[in-house]
Design a protein around this ligand. Structure first.
Ligand code: NAD
Length: 278
């Protein structure tokens, strides 16, 4: 069977675990070469090995997406390793929740940096290549579509108490999606967002209670607790028409739809992948 993404090159931020990992595996299984990124080298390496072990092509570009030099490094890795760039998935991120009266500037800035500024810089760094490639392909009379998928959240569409920073950031990424869809239509770049509801990953894994020692993520020396209280998790699941959280593979499926040729005439859209919610 023909693979839909044969010859394509994709970069996926935060693809060492969770949804990003599933996106990378899915794109690779359909023929794309992958640049894997994560804060944590070991998980990025193991995804890369999983892909190459299955006969695919992959390399890693580790590091924090919020670092000033990261965007250029990420794009360069795709171009130097594989000679082209077709798909960008801005997925890396985490939550750092609090009610607004307790939310610090540091919490606000960190969440805006990872969910908005980093994707902005990555897309800006790709723009020169995208424009040049589009001009050359137009001159040759070849029709090549490129894809950007920005990862948002129902918090960014509906708002969520305790997540003023995250809701604002995930809403801002949707604004960036819509603006770039307008700027890049002429270059045949489809720019869309997928807003996830509740997906079972480390970010939402049930912790035994608000004070339990769950998983943490280390950002600039801060150990930030991730995970959701077990009771809250059960309450959230009852609000989902399908009655359960989604799996990372189901989440990756929604992103995949925006990476294949069947979505070539869809741009500037925000699709909610949330089991019928909201
Ligand atoms: N899980 C959900 O229910 C849910 C819902 C809505 C949106 N999202 C979004 O989906 C995306 C993926 O989340 P997930 O649930 O798979 O979480 P996850 O914690 O399982 O995986 C996220 C990965 O991103 C990496 N990462 C985080 N910050 C990074 C940084 N600054 N630089 C590089 N890598 C970084 C982490 O190390 C981790 O491997 C995030 O943008 C998240 O906000 C998730």
């Amino acid at each position: 069977m023909n693979k839909k993404l044969e010859g394509k090159v994709a970069i996926v931020s935060g693809s060492g675990r969770g949804i990003g990992r599933e996106i990378a595996l899915k794109l690779a299984a359909d023929g794309a070469a992958l640049v894997i990124n994560d804060l944590d080298d070991s998980v990025a390496d193991s995804v890369m090995q999983e892909i190459t072990g299955a006969g695919g092509r992959a390399t890693v570009c580790c590091g924090d997406v919020t670092a000033a030099d990261f965007a250029a490094r990420f794009i360069d890795t795709a171009l130097t390793s594989f000679g082209r760039l077709d798909i960008i998935v801005n997925n890396a991120g985490y939550t750092w929740d609090n009610v607004i009266q307790k939310m610090t500037d540091e919490q606000w800035d960190a969440i805006m940096a990872v969910h908005v500024t980093a994707p902005f810089r990555i897309l800006r760094a790709a723009s020169e290549y995208f424009r040049r490639a589009a001009r050359e392909e137009a001159a040759q009379g070849v029709d090549v579509f490129r894809k950007v998928v920005n990862i948002s959240s129902v918090s960014g569409v509906m708002g969520n108490a305790g997540q003023a920073n995250y809701s604002a950031a995930k809403s801002a990424i949707n604004g960036l999606t819509k603006a770039l869809a307008k700027e890049w239509g002429r270059y045949k770049v489809n720019v869309n967002s997928v807003a996830f509801g509740l997906i079972k990953t480390r970010l939402t894994e049930a912790t035994a209670g608000a004070d339990s020692a769950g998983a943490t993520i280390n950002i600039a020396g801060n150990e930030i607790k991730v995970g959701v209280n077990q009771q809250l998790m059960q309450n959230l699941e009852t609000m989902i028409p399908m009655g359960r959280a989604g799996t990372p593979a189901e989440a990756a499926g929604a992103v995949y739809l925006f990476c294949i040729p069947e979505s070539n005439y869809i741009s500037g859209q925000i699709v909610i992948c949330g089991g019928g919610r909201p």
